[in-house]
Design a protein around this ligand. Sequence first.
Ligand code: FAD
Length: 413
Amino acid sequence: MCGGGAAGVAAAVGAARAGAKVALVERAPFLGGAATRSSILTYCGFWTQADPPTQIVGGVGGDVLRSLAELNGIMGPIRTASTNVVIALIEPEPVKLALDRICAQTGIDVILHAQVCDAEIDGDRVWRAVVLDHGGRFALDAQAFVDASGEADLAEQAGAATRYADGTHAPQNGTLAMRVGGIAEDADVSRDAWARAVRSAKARGALHLTKENGLVVRLPHSGEILAFLADEAYDARDARSVSAAERRAREQAWAITEAIRHLPGHERAYLIATGPAIGTRESRHVVARERLRGVEVLSGRVGWSTVALGGWPVELHLGPGRPSVWKRIRDDGPYGIPLDTLRSASFVNLFAAGRVIDADGDAFGSARVMGTAFATGHASGVAAALVASGHSAEVAAVRAELLRQHAILALDA
Ligand SMILES: Cc1cc2nc3c(=O)[nH]c(=O)nc-3n(C[C@H](O)[C@H](O)[C@H](O)COP(=O)(O)OP(=O)(O)OC[C@H]3O[C@@H](n4cnc5c(N)ncnc54)[C@H](O)[C@@H]3O)c2cc1C
């Protein structure tokens, strides 16, 4: 497994529970991906948007939710007042611990501080991932692979067909999260109040500011404010481009902190932390046998080949500072994600999970969130385990194993 975010952990645990011997390679010093590396501390996609919401991600994702609850590290599901969507607030340290534990319990060889940097192929199969750590390069040979890197690194290195964003438009913009302390408990920390402060700062000539209206929430335990306002456009494949975007975004975070000090109860606001890494919404996708389409997502279709359920509305971030675009799914229900959208078109033993799955712009606007990444990761891990054990990853076999592992594949299941 390449990448230890929501998708990679679910893939690894799902594969191990299906009987495979699994190695999980993650370049960060901990698991969790965007949640722990970029402070994306709101789990979305685990529930439908209906009233009341229904849980649509079980299996590995469900186990992680339970573990977080035991660690007092999650609050939700709750419905946001400003955007009327169902989320859960999480804390980063419980996420790291919960993911460490579930991987240890399933016997996964977790290799942190290491990056997949090359791959070798034989015909229509990938057979080796080359990994780089401070000791140099070493090889991991396997019968099947899951790319959950967020950037489709493994697929690209193997020479599989990939696509940057949807191939025609720019990818969704990234955002550097910021955590702010020193704000009075009774202060108005709504997104409208912060938007007014940012607009006033822009009017006063403050430089660097892009977005006015983004997520602003108080975290349950620390009481810190988490905000997604420092938008940037960049090419996530290019380290210089990412570095420059992060420099600009840190300037924004300081300027936003300065701006909100003009609000009542915010006079002593200070910047606790940014990122640490900028959050990349979209980069490369693996070209799969099938592309998940926005029309299918919005119609709430759950087809026969469904191996994961999505339920987050289409949420598009179409450029720094531009207001997000929202489209609700029919009846606020779930939609099905077919197995073939996770299966590389180039290699029979390579699967995609999380934000690298094959999806058009609208479909990706929904399927990219972490709850859904747990679900697609679980499905890809199970499919990879079946291939590794010499079976073919037919829809019926993948669904049967997912259901045995308590995944949710339909609301009436
Ligand atoms: C600003 C922002 C706000 C968001 N808001 C929300 C939200 O509120 N709720 C929500 O649910 N989702 C949200 N998302 C979306 C969500 O965070 C991601 O789409 C989700 O994390 C995808 O999970 P993943 O496991 O596919 O990828 P990631 O979480 O990105 O994990 C990929 C992992 O792979 C590792 N990796 C990459 N390349 C390699 C390599 N070559 N070798 C080894 N390891 C590698 C990375 O270090 C990383 O840990 C947001 C995203 C952004 C950027």
